[in-house]
Ligand binder design. Structure first.
Ligand SMILES: Nc1ncnc2c1ncn2[C@@H]1O[C@H](COP(=O)(O)OP(=O)(O)OP(=O)(O)O)[C@@H](O)[C@H]1O
Ligand SMILES: O=C(O)[C@H](O)COP(=O)(O)O
Length: 399
């Protein structure tokens, strides 16, 4: 590693340390349903607090598009962080302005403060110079511990490192080391599974991914966009029809690169997005117009598991179905368990990453049986592609 870490941070008692963490955790009815991302940033927060720093946490939650949205407040998350770290976590209702300044001024050495969602301001995603300056005004030192948001060149993930002495947190360091160790020189065949819901932000990544892997399994909401691009009617399924052209060009690129594409051949359909909704398995070419595909069916699971059996390396981001609501967790759980058993036998190196993907692996009971579980989804895929990650690059430049 060629960046500064917490080992380089000495004499920080009473210093105001702005720590970028990723608290974009899965929630239901305001409660955190998977705390892995919080647990992973605890070592950095604790270490800084024990060294007497005033620890000021910066984070985003959801995609509020530059304006305050009540459901995307970090306030409930502050309580979850407090429970896990077992220390008071103060909260300020804005990440800049009077609310932030007053809360920071009131901190004692070792105190922890979480500032409200940085994405409540347009300047965050624009990496706006003035906004970054106002964020920096509350800190003496900047620590980035949000590897999973390092693919974003935002004010709190990249901009701040230009204005303050910048360091990598323990999780940032550990994620990069673990990914390099597991996937630095992967054994072939390499199989990638990409599913989930963030179709528009991840589809472009697949253009390069197909050049690097031997097979790409496409599931979840992502699969519907590819199926629709091939002229299949996906009914009311989550699908981004305007990405059909992109999807088709990825399929062409895969053919050129000799990468096998594995799309669902059957799907579990329902008419409501809720637990226990009436459901049935249909051929992928027979999705009724008023139904949505919420999971892949048994034939598709078998095809995916065939590839997992052939793989020596597996990378996985995005669940194969809406795993949070039973019974649409079946495919994700079945494939996760197969991957875990091959990993345990020593036949497979398996790395899964993503906020909901970690939650899915925990749900399947396999998080400890895979080679590595990363908190990063989009950042992990970009790292796989070999793309520079702005949040990591700027730390390297500081050494
Ligand atoms: N067929 C489907 N229809 C609707 N939603 C789906 C379907 N398949 C999966 N999903 C949803 O996808 C979501 C997870 O997708 P996402 O792309 O956010 O993955 P992730 O692991 O959280 O990655 P990241 O960390 O980049 O956010 C889950 O909430 C799941 O319910
Ligand atoms: O969940 C994630 O992958 C990170 O928190 C980044 O979120 P984003 O995709 O909304 O930038």
């Amino acid at each position: 590693m060629t960046f500064k870490t917490l080992d380089d941070l000495t004499d920080i008692a009473s210093k105001r340390v702005l720590v970028r963490v990723d608290l974009n955790v899965p929630t239901k009815d305001g409660k955190v349903t998977d705390a892995t991302r919080i647990e992973r940033v605890v070592p950095t927060i604790r270490e800084l607090s024990e060294k007497g720093a005033k620890v000021i946490l910066l984070a985003h939650f959801g995609r509020p598009k530059g304006e305050p949205v009540a459901e995307m407040s970090l306030k409930p998350i502050a309580a979850a962080v407090e429970d896990i770290i077992d220390q008071r976590v103060h909260f300020a209702a804005d990440c800049i302005g009077d609310a932030a300044a007053t809360a920071v001024a009131g901190l004692e050495n070792g105190d922890i403060l979480l500032l409200e969602n940085t994405r409540f301001h347009k300047g965050e995603e624009k990496n706006d110079a003035d906004f970054t300056k106002t964020l920096a005004a509350n800190g003496d030192i900047y620590v980035n511990d949000a590897f999973s948001a390092a693919h974003r060149a935002h004010a709190s993930t990249e901009g701040l490192a230009h204005l303050l002495p910048a360091y990598a947190g323990r999780t940032m360091q550990a994620e990069l080391e673990a990914l390099e160790a597991g996937l630095g020189s992967p054994k072939r065949p390499v199989v990638a599974i990409v599913g989930g819901a963030k179709v528009s932000t991840k589809i472009d990544l697949l253009t390069n991914l197909v050049k690097k892997v031997d097979a790409l399994v496409i599931g979840g909401g992502m699969a519907n966009t590819f199926l629709a691009a091939q002229g299949i009617d996906v009914g009311k399924s989550l699908c981004e029809h305007d990405l059909a052209e992109t999807a088709r060009s990825i399929l062409t690129e895969a053919e050129t690169s000799g990468c096998a594409i594995v799309l669902p051949v059957d799907g579990v359909i329902a008419r409501e997005f809720k637990a226990g909704a009436a459901n049935e398995v249909v051929d992928i070419k027979a999705i009724p117009a008023d139904a949505m595909v919420l999971d892949v069916g048994a034939k598709s699971i078998a095809a995916v598991n065939d590839w997992v059996s052939k793989a020596e390396t597996l990378v996985w981001n995005g669940p194969l179905g809406a795993f949070e609501i039973a019974p649409f967790d079946k495919a994700t759980v079945a494939v996760a368990r197969h991957a875990a058993s091959r990993t345990k036998s020593g036949a497979l190196v398996s790395v899964a990453g993503g906020g909901d993907t970690v939650s899915a692996m925990n749900h399947a009971g396999v998080a400890d049986d895979l080679t590595y579980v990363s908190t990063a989804g989009g950042a992990f895929l970009e790292w796989m592609e070999g793309k520079p990650l702005p949040g990591v690059d700027i730390l390297h430049q500081q050494k």
